[in-house]
Design a protein around this ligand. Structure first.
Ligand SMILES: Nc1ncnc2c1ncn2[C@@H]1O[C@H](COP(=O)(O)OP(=O)(O)OP(=O)(O)O)[C@@H](O)[C@H]1O
Ligand SMILES: [Mg+2]
Length: 256
């Protein structure tokens, strides 16, 4: 599956422009990340791709068809977990595959075991910690049948060790299945470890500030994080994020 976004614009109300002409793409089997400041419009972009809201102008094109405002084309892991409170963990994970008539309980159980959630198969979301809910939500999108995945900060609620495990799983599954993935993250390490390319968003209204092609060969292991080359790229991305940031004195001058 390929995704192409052409000149997407979105405002909320008359004066709040959020996306100021975003154009980007994800190639077949590519892993692409978006890094950007909080409030810049990343989740808004995902809600547009997922068809939950409509753009003011521009096009979202999946495999050469315009899908503006259409639900169900992609596997979507939203920033808030959105688990259904009346369904058990197992039933939540199977939700999207059930809708498409392809549910596989033994595969879901297998994944629950691998992610340390085997004992919670029959628990309800309110009985889980924040990090556990996030893992369940991650498994739900992983087991969804759609071949394009959008994940909005899938690992933000996890401790460092669990996060590294989940990243490795995602990498190994992706290397095996080669689904196209678009991921939002605040974590520079995560973007560099996982992605083929990274788009860096500006502050709101969001524009693409920079596109970075990540050069590390695959398969990638977590030891990559400790190399000098990795640190050098991290520095480069950090300065791209910082570039053109208005400083505090600029901000004060607007407030009077
Ligand atoms: N439904 C809505 N109505 C009005 N304003 C909204 C709505 N959804 C988002 N916004 C505004 O759009 C801006 C961008 O929000 P968004 O959630 O897309 O940011 P983000 O880049 O995902 O931030 P974060 O990294 O903190 O998750 C914010 O100023 C937010 O208040
Ligand atoms: Mg967000």
């Amino acid at each position: 599956m390929t995704l192409e976004i052409r000149n997407l614009e979105k405002s909320f109300g008359k004066h709040q422009q959020i996306l100021a002409g975003i154009s980007m793409h994800v190639n077949e089997g590519e892993f692409v990340s978006i890094l950007g400041p909080s409030g810049s419009g990343k989740s808004t972009l995902f809600n547009l791709i997922g068809g939950l809201i409509n753009p003011d102008s521009g096009q979202i094109i999946l495999n050469h068809s315009v899908i503006n405002g259409e639900l169900g084309h992609i596997s979507f892991m939203p920033q808030e977990h959105s688990l259904l409170p009346w369904r058990t963990v197992l039933k939540n994970i199977l939700l999207s595959s059930e809708i498409k008539g392809k549910s596989d309980e033994s595969l879901a159980r297998d994944w629950l075991k691998r992610t340390g959630l085997a004992d919670y198969e029959n628990a309800y979301p309110h009985e889980l910690s924040g990090g556990m809910k996030q893992r369940v939500s991650f498994l739900r999108s992983l087991l969804a049948p759609q071949s394009f995945m959008c994940m909005d900060e899938p690992f933000s609620a996890l401790d460092e060790f669990t996060r590294l495990d989940m990243q490795q799983w995602l990498l190994s599954i992706w290397e095996e299945q080669r689904r196209s993935i678009l991921l939002v993250t605040h974590n520079i390490d995560e973007a560099l470890l996982l992605s083929d390319r990274i788009y860096i968003f500006s502050d709101k209204p969001a524009k693409i500030k920079e596109e970075i092609i990540v050069p590390f060969p695959r398969p990638r292991q977590k030891e990559l994080l400790l190399t000098d080359e990795f640190t050098a790229w991290k520095r480069k991305i950090y300065s791209a994020l910082e570039k053109e940031k208005p400083d505090e004195s600029d901000r004060c001058s607007y407030s009077s």
